[in-house]
Design a protein around this ligand. Structure first.
Ligand code: CA
Length: 230
């Protein structure tokens, strides 16, 4: 799945592209409407900032839609409700209001891809690691046969770890994913959520701390919560 980020703020564009690639998408960015219209090959999803330096974002949306069924998610700043409505009228599939977190973006992309390609590959729907199972569509989490009720933040943190079990995910990556693409606040808040997540999962060794680096999921058989379901 190819995602094209159309964003003239290169700092934001780079963060989004990195996050999308970590989540398994092929992602690139362009900074103008003309480049977006000229992108080859045609992407599967366009994340379209409406405030572009050359063309009106709504016009870019209209032209993209007139020639393909590419999924279009428009991005607006607060106070641009009029543009957002116009873009939806011109065929945009969904919208995000800045600032938004990476987890929210990924959820919107999965949702629009399900609508546009109901039977196509829209990324994994269920993540499994040993006895842990996460359904990304229904947000149901189970360990063995036991259902675990997580808050949205706890779910996002666990998802960040479970998309690539065993890989060390840095604190900053988790914060960007679960909170906001521009998180510069204290990271202590993460420890509070990690502690709650571990308590609820009740699977010792599942969420490992890698000191000085971040967190990762432990070996799939490192817990005694149930039989492996790989
Ligand atoms: Ca802009």
């Amino acid at each position: 799945m190819r995602v094209l980020v159309v964003e003239d703020d290169t700092g934001i564009a780079d963060l989004l592209v990195r996050g999308l690639r970590r989540a398994g998408y092929t992602a690139e960015s362009v900074s103008t409407g003309r480049q977006a219209l000229a992108a080859v090959p045609e992407p599967d999803v366009v994340l379209l900032d409406l405030g572009l330096p050359d063309l009106d974002g709504v016009e870019v949306c209209r032209r993209l839609r007139s020639r393909s069924d590419v999924a279009i998610i428009v991005v607006t700043a607060r106070g641009e409700e009029g543009d957002r409505v116009a873009a939806l009228d011109e065929g945009a599939d969904d919208y995000l209001v800045k600032p938004f977190g990476l987890a929210e973006l990924l959820a919107r992309i999965r949702a629009v891809l399900r609508r546009v390609h109901p039977v196509g590959p829209a990324g994994p729907e269920v993540l499994r690691h040993g006895s842990l199972e996460m359904d990304l569509r229904t947000h149901k989490v189970t360990v063995g046969q036991r259902e675990v009720a997580l808050t949205p933040k706890e779910f996002d943190i666990l998802e960040a770890l479970a998309v690539d079990p065993g890989r060390v995910v840095t604190r900053q990556e988790i914060l960007e994913r679960a909170w906001d693409a521009h998180w510069y606040g204290p990271t202590k808040v993460l420890d509070v959520h990690i502690a709650a997540l571990r308590r609820k999962l009740d699977a010792p060794g599942l969420v490992e701390t890698v000191y000085g680096r971040g967190f990762r999921l432990g070996p799939p058989d490192g817990d005694a919560a149930g039989p492996a379901q790989r």
